[in-house]
Design a protein around this ligand. Sequence first.
Ligand code: A3P
Length: 285
Amino acid sequence: MNDAVKLDPKWGVADRTHDPYALANFCPRPTDVLITTAAKAGTTWMQQILHQLRSGGDAELSSIFDVVPWIEFPEPERDWRERLAEFEKIPDPRVFKTHCTYEQTPGAEMARIVLTSRDPRDCCVSMYHHRMNMSAAACEKIGLAPPGTFGEFFESWMDFGSWYRNVVSWWPHRDDDNVLWLRYEDLKQDLAAAVDTLLVFLKWQLNEEQLARALEYCSFPWMKQHADKFTARLPDGSPMFKPKSFIRKGEVGDYSSLLSPQQEQAIIERARRELSRECVAFLGL
Ligand code: A3P
């Protein structure tokens, strides 16, 4: 497809992290596994979990983005055609990451969907650190200044509202046969149980040794120690984030370190306005 061809507006508008042409032209397969998260809800963790389960334990991976690509992420050096051509070469089962809504996810109705949700208060605070920990070179390259005060950041996070859009759009599909919805908080509490659930859902099998290896490589200490495998990079190969900052704290409830009671209330009240009662209860808000 030519870039001049008018796309269905459902694929959204191009920006720093969203290439609608890649989405419109992506060819999903029924064997694909798509990780569909709101930003900072444990996407990278799920990328690592699924890569480790698919491989039976791989400590040698160089970058998680090579083995579990982000479908709609525009790369300055390669256009969407080249990226999609690379995706075609990945053997089944392919695993991809996307931050898209149900409507914008190509193959949402037929690929296997693993959605990880996380308390929006923690997602908000995690995103603040994400932005603060971006290297000066990365900020300059992508033309994004670090946030000013936390208050300013908070207002922009609420205005952008992508956490709400993600959950609102996926919730009606939570019981679809091809969808598995996991909560970050449950993974934190019992990763082995969540992994069992994933293996049943995906019909993948591991022996005990492979499983033990996979669990070790998905642990917070292992990922923190090998943080260079999980940081996004600029075209010259330099990390986009300050050393070891991307795999940051990995805690439930860290929001209390930064959110005021009023900010917390604003996040929760909006969730109660925009989500169904059942969804709010499921998320524990
Ligand atoms: P914090 O900033 O709260 O520490 P995403 O990958 O969607 O951007 O999410 C990033 C969040 O997931 C960060 O949260 C990061 O520390 C956390 N994370 C990454 N790996 C993890 C792991 N193995 N265990 C727990 N949390 C992890």
